[in-house]
Design a protein around this ligand. Structure first.
Ligand code: URA
Length: 434
């Protein structure tokens, strides 16, 4: 069949769908089903899908269109089914932030409370870290598991954190890569359908969304974050997944570390009953929501964290994926310290600046497939509200490649300030939606 004949057998012409959205019309269910599928098959060209993504960014999609788009993306791949497990399932998704290592203590904590957690995760791109990159800092740990291994580990241990296979919503993989290079990542219906297509296809029974707000997040203001959260909660609920969202602050990094091995170390401190208060607070708040979504209301996750049950589940989970939870974590070859330039109170420490610095030090990647440095990142010695003295260390920068220090220092310029009195702090959990 010639290219022309093949085009004639297609239900729509790609440009008609682009023009409909460009002119502010609603797309029909048939148009959406076709365009998502045809793009995945390679019939709709990348330049045509780019134009459509931009038209969606500018003109939006309503709830029906977004739900249909999500369903069309799910239909391009496989769906997992955990209904044969002996315990209920719950998962968490964070929209991404700086120092956001919560998945690491959270998955074993929830498993220790009797609910199975199928965390199919991704790698970091840009200034936000990826869960798999963090766990790969643990000697021997393996991200790739077969579907059978996932099921066995969930049944036996209750928690799996592994790479999401390419079989789940392949349309999203292709579309996300295109959005990344066409300035169309920020379209709320496209973010919501991208996240939710993968989570619904994954087959979790309950889902808790951690929607980040602030400089270190995708959503810089509360209005957009709220709209994203409401859109995702509606998509999950309509698809039969018990879904709630917490809006949480990402103007300051979470905890005291950003970078792969540094964040694993901090997560282990939390699992050992210590660790920074904000990481503990968010881990327990998300665990409560996951347990409630799975129908478990008689177990207190704070106790399971404090008494070592979550740590036991962590060690078992890491060992099951060939990691050694007791092996020393890698450290960077070089460090440099940033010191306070005055006496006073640290009034701000910008999450985005710290995220970019960690990324430039080698903790993240600029292109898919690049390798990351396990030991690279930023360690914080003070958080906003803390009293500091001139000359005191504020941050330690870690890298294997000292030529990276200069650009990390540049990223941090203007990223923190010292004043006379503490600024008002935003609560960590801003709101709950669902
Ligand atoms: N994460 C996703 O998986 N998709 C988006 O579009 C944005 C963040």
């Amino acid at each position: 069949m010639t290219e022309r004949q093949r085009e004639m057998t297609e239900k729509f012409a790609p440009t008609d769908v682009v023009i409909a959205k460009r002119d502010g019309h609603e797309l029909t269910d048939d148009q959406i089903d076709w365009v998502v599928d045809a793009y995945t098959r390679g019939v709709v060209a990348p330049e045509q899908m780019s134009a459509l993504a931009m038209a969606i960014l500018l003109n939006g999609m309503n709830r029906r269109e977004t739900a249909r788009w999500t369903a069309a993306m799910i239909a391009t791949g496989e769906r997992m089914d955990f209904s044969s497990l002996s315990r209920p399932t719950a998962d968490k998704h964070s929209t991404g932030g700086v120092g956001d290592k919560i998945t690491l203590p959270l998955a074993p904590l929830v498993a220790a409370c009797g609910v199975a957690v199928p965390q199919l995760s991704g790698r970091g791109l840009g200034h936000t870290g990826g869960t798999l990159d963090k766990l790969e800092a643990i000697p021997g740990w393996r991200a790739a598991l077969s579907n059978d291994e996932i099921m066995t580990q969930l049944e036996d241990l209750g928690a799996v954190i592994c790479a999401a296979g390419s079989g789940l919503a392949p349309a999203d993989k292709k579309l996300y890569a295109l959005r990344d290079v066409t300035g169309t990542v920020e379209a709320i219906p496209l973010i919501a359908s991208s996240i939710m297509s993968k989570k619904i296809a994954e087959g979790t029974g309950a889902l808790v969304l951690d929607v980040k707000v602030g400089s270190g997040a995708f959503m810089k203001n509360e209005r957009d974050a709220r709209e994203l959260a409401e859109t995702m909660v509606a998509l999950g609920t309509d698809a039969g997944v018990r879904t709630v969202a917490l809006l949480t602050d990402m103007s300051v990094p979470l905890g005291l570390t950003a970078g792969n091995a540094l964040e694993v170390r901090e997560s282990v401190e939390v699992l050992a009953g210590g660790g920074p208060a904000d990481v503990v607070e968010l881990t327990v708040a998300l665990a409560r929501e996951m347990l409630a979504g799975a129908g478990v209301t008689d177990v207190d996750p704070a106790e399971a964290l404090a008494d070592g049950r979550a740590m036991d589940a962590w060690k078992a989970m890491i060992r099951a994926q060939d990691g050694d939870p007791d092996a020393p974590l890698p450290t960077a070859r070089e460090t440099e310290v940033v010191t306070a330039d005055a006496d006073g109170v640290l009034t701000s420490l910008d999450a985005y600046a710290v995220g970019v610095a960690a990324w430039r030090l080698g903790a993240g990647r600029s292109r898919p497939g690049e390798s990351v440095q396990a030991g690279a990142g930023v360690e914080l010695h003070a958080k906003p509200g803390d009293t500091v003295r001139a000359g005191q260390p504020l941050l330690t920068l870690h890298t294997d490649t000292p030529e990276r220090f200069e650009r990390a220092h540049q990223a941090l310029e203007g990223g923190w300030s010292i004043g006379e009195t503490a600024a008002e702090t935003t609560p960590l959990v801003i709101d709950r939606i669902g």
